[in-house]
Design a protein around this ligand. Structure first.
Ligand code: PNS
Length: 167
């Protein structure tokens, strides 16, 4: 992707419940390839879960975490990712790929998204090694059970987890 010839817009979609250092790492890596990045919180997630944070809360945390990055915009979207990506004129969808176990789910989504709108490419980025096994669901569980999540999330997210869990 050449950033000199056009303004490359990447969309990094997810649940971000909550945003982890792994998500932050993937977003910052994306800025090496794209000119602008939309971090997009989905109101509908493919894998249904019991969310801990509401969509507005997740968005507020993302905005705090990326407040220093003027090329990053954090938004939420409803409906299909491809509808949102098309509306915003995105060139690529970014997904983090941690382990082989992520592959099947990611591959299915990428193929389905291509069927829905073939003009956008899904790009998979791998996180830095310390985040290779990190997931928001594990962070929620560790926080819920009273473990220290300092190595996995930004301080603002750690504080939000403590507030949410009444600590
Ligand atoms: O962080 P997640 O939960 O793995 O992200 C999954 C997400 C939000 C990218 C996916 O569920 C999604 O794209 N949701 C929007 C609705 C949609 O487009 N569904 C069809 C996907 S093929």
């Amino acid at each position: 992707m050449s950033s000199s010839s056009r303004d490359v817009l990447a969309v990094y979609p997810g649940s971000f419940d909550p945003v982890t250092l792994g998500h932050e790492d993937i977003a910052r890596r994306t800025l090496r390839l794209a000119d602008r990045l939309l971090v997009a919180v989905a109101e509908t997630s493919t894998q249904s879960r019991n969310p801990l944070f509401t969509v507005p809360e997740r968005l507020a945390l993302l905005r705090e975490v990326f407040s220093g990055e003027d090329r990053v915009e954090c938004v939420s979207f409803s409906g299909l990712l491809m509808g949102f990506a098309r509306e915003r004129g995105a060139h690529c969808i970014i997904r983090g790929l941690r382990a082989v176990s992520d592959f099947e789910y990611e591959f299915q989504m990428a193929q389905m998204n291509r069927e829905l709108w073939s003009e956008v490419e899904t790009v998979f980025l791998t996180p830095d090694a310390p985040y290779a096994f990190l997931s928001a669901s594990l962070v929620r569980e560790v926080a819920f059970l009273g473990g220290d999540v300092s190595s996995f999330v930004s301080p603002v997210v750690k504080r939000a987890l403590a507030r949410k869990l009444g600590r």
